[in-house]
Ligand binder design. Sequence first.
Ligand SMILES: Nc1ncnc2c1ncn2[C@@H]1O[C@H](COP(=O)(O)OP(=O)(O)OP(=O)(O)O)[C@@H](O)[C@H]1O
Ligand SMILES: [Mg+2]
Length: 244
Amino acid sequence: MPSQPQQKPIIQLVDVYKEYRVGTTSTMALKRVNFQVFRGQLIAIMGPSGSGKTTLLNMIGLLDRPTKGKIFFDGFDVSRLDDKALANLRNTKLGFVFQTFNLVNRLSVFENIELPLIPRGIPRNVRAKMVLEAITKVGGDESWLQKKPNQLSGGQQQRVAIARAIVGKPVVLLADEPTGNLDRASAKVVVETFLSLNNAGHTIIVVTHDPEVANCMEKIYVIRDGEIVGEFMPNKTESLISKA
Ligand SMILES: Nc1ncnc2c1ncn2[C@@H]1O[C@H](COP(=O)(O)OP(=O)(O)OP(=O)(O)O)[C@@H](O)[C@H]1O
Ligand SMILES: [Mg+2]
């Protein structure tokens, strides 16, 4: 969906700082970050290794709390939530995709995708319908469902992981280096999956090192040393999907 920023962001970071302390060492991984996500957006976050991309994504995804500053979800100050309420908000409103897929190899693809639905007490027949819908949305095949994740290719496994991330109909999908472990052809399929989900209305944020992946998104933010240093329009001629 072409992004049509509405007045109220779905996620907003205001003057966010994140400090990590290990023993006597302190790292300021985010320094006064201001960032907004609007419904329907397709955003890339780029930056060198150690610049704070994962830390930023963890803040946006409510996986961790800022040292200083505020995070608003749909206008609500999430610092007012205790850990349990925060986890509940995260589990129902956000979906996560990781570089290493994070699928459970002893479970079938079906069981992997339905995992986020189990704690919600959704009946089995409804879960089955939702799983089928999710696997279809990522361009997957019904025949994958009874397989184990390691019986699929890397690109197929990542699409299963995306299906798991969207099965609960999250408001925002967050991906950290989702193509980092994939060859170019599989990376392209995964990027096309994000584009098709975005067309269907999903809000998506992708952290990537890969300029050809970032150039497939609608907007690119660059982070360096914990600070957002720029906001760029993608160069579509240098994007993964423009290449044969
Ligand atoms: N749990 C942690 N404890 C201590 N320091 C951390 C922790 N997580 C990250 N850091 C530090 O914070 C900074 C930002 O790390 P972050 O993982 O956000 O970078 P990144 O941009 O995602 O890097 P990469 O591209 O390598 O994944 C780095 O200096 C890192 O060493
Ligand atoms: Mg990282």
